[in-house]
Design a protein around this ligand. Structure first.
Ligand SMILES: NC(=O)c1ccc[n+]([C@@H]2O[C@H](COP(=O)([O-])OP(=O)(O)OC[C@H]3O[C@@H](n4cnc5c(N)ncnc54)[C@H](OP(=O)(O)O)[C@@H]3O)[C@@H](O)[C@H]2O)c1
Length: 228
C-alpha cells in the first residue's frame, strides 16, 4: 500500500499516546472523538502536537489505517459500511465493568476482535496494541530503543500483514505475529500476556507456558483444546 495515513478513533489515554507515537514515526496522523473538532483540537495540539484533529466521519473517510481506541461496547454503533476496505487495528479490550457482558467473549468462545471484525465485516481487521498499557507504550519505546518490546498482532487477512508490521515497527515495536484473529484471545485481559511490555524472546517464553496457567487452562476448558 502507499504510505499509511493513520486515523486514531478515540482521543483518550490510549488514543493520544498512539497519536504521539504515530507523529514521531512520521505518519500523517488524524485523530477524532465524538465531539466537535474545535473542542478536541486544543487538547490534541497540547498532547499530541502534529496530529490533525478531524471529525470521526472525516477520519474514517481519509485514513487508510484506522486504530480503534474507543471502548469495545461503542464499536457496535460505528457505521460499518464506511469502514469498507480500510485496515482496522482493533486496540479495544473487553472490560465487563465498562462494556457489559458479551457472552461469547466471557465464555472464551470468541476473541473480542472477532466480535469487532463481525461488525466491521467489510474492513480488514487486525488485533493490535491491546496487551500493553498506555503508560508503557511510550516509556518502553523511549527506554529500550535497542531492545524493542514485542507488540503482538493477530489477523485473518494475510494481505494486511506487511502493513501491520510496518506500522508497528514505525511506532517503535517489534511486531509479533500471533496468527489468526481467534488467537487474539491470548492477548486479552486475564491472560499472562496482558500488560506485558517485554522483548520478543520473553514474549515467546510466556506463550510457551500459557497453558500451564489458570488462563490457559480456562481456554482449554472452553474450547476443548489449545488454540495455538
Ligand atoms: N488505557 C490503556 O492502557 C489501554 C491499552 C490497550 C487497550 N486499551 C483499550 O483502548 C480503548 C480506549 O481506552 P482508553 O483507556 O484510551 O479509554 P478512554 O481514556 O476512556 O478514551 C476513550 C476515548 O474514546 C472516545 N470515543 C468513544 N466512542 C467513540 C466513537 N464512537 N468515536 C470516536 N471516539 C469515541 C472517547 O471520547 P468521547 O466519549 O468524549 O467521544 C474517548 O476519547 C478501550 O477499549 C481500552 O480497553 C486501553
Amino acid at each position: 500500500m502507499t504510505e499509511p495515513i493513520i486515523g486514531i478513533l478515540g482521543a483518550g489515554k490510549l488514543g493520544t499516546t498512539l497519536a504521539r507515537l504515530s507523529v514521531q514515526a512520521g505518519y500523517r496522523t488524524l485523530i477524532a472523538n465524538r465531539h466537535a473538532v474545535t473542542e478536541l483540537k486544543w487538547v490534541i495540539d497540547t498532547m499530541a502536537p502534529g496530529a490533525v484533529t478531524v471529525s470521526a466521519a472525516d477520519l474514517v473517510a481519509q485514513a487508510n489505517v484506522i486504530i480503534l481506541a474507543i471502548p469495545l461496547s461503542h464499536v457496535a454503533a460505528l457505521d460499518a459500511k464506511t469502514f469498507a476496505g480500510k485496515i482496522v487495528l482493533d486496540a479495544t479490550n473487553y472490560w465487563k465493568e465498562v462494556d457489559g457482558t458479551v457472552n461469547t467473549i466471557s465464555s472464551f468462545t470468541q476473541s473480542s476482535s472477532e466480535v469487532v471484525a463481525a461488525h466491521l465485516s467489510q474492513a480488514r481487521v487486525a488485533k493490535a496494541f491491546n496487551h500493553m498499557g498506555y503508560h508503557d507504550l511510550e516509556i518502553e519505546v523511549d527506554r529500550h530503543p535497542e531492545a524493542r518490546r514485542a507488540m503482538a498482532f493477530a489477523t485473518d487477512d494475510d494481505t494486511i500483514r506487511p502493513t501491520v508490521r510496518t506500522v508497528l515497527t514505525g511506532f517503535g515495536f517489534d511486531p509479533f505475529d500471533l496468527g489468526p484473529l481467534r488467537f487474539g484471545l491470548m492477548l486479552e485481559p486475564g491472560s499472562p500476556l496482558f500488560g506485558e511490555a517485554i522483548t520478543t524472546p520473553e514474549f515467546q517464553a510466556k506463550i510457551d507456558t500459557l497453558y500451564d496457567t489458570p488462563f490457559g487452562r480456562k481456554i482449554v476448558a472452553a474450547r476443548g483444546e489449545r488454540i495455538r
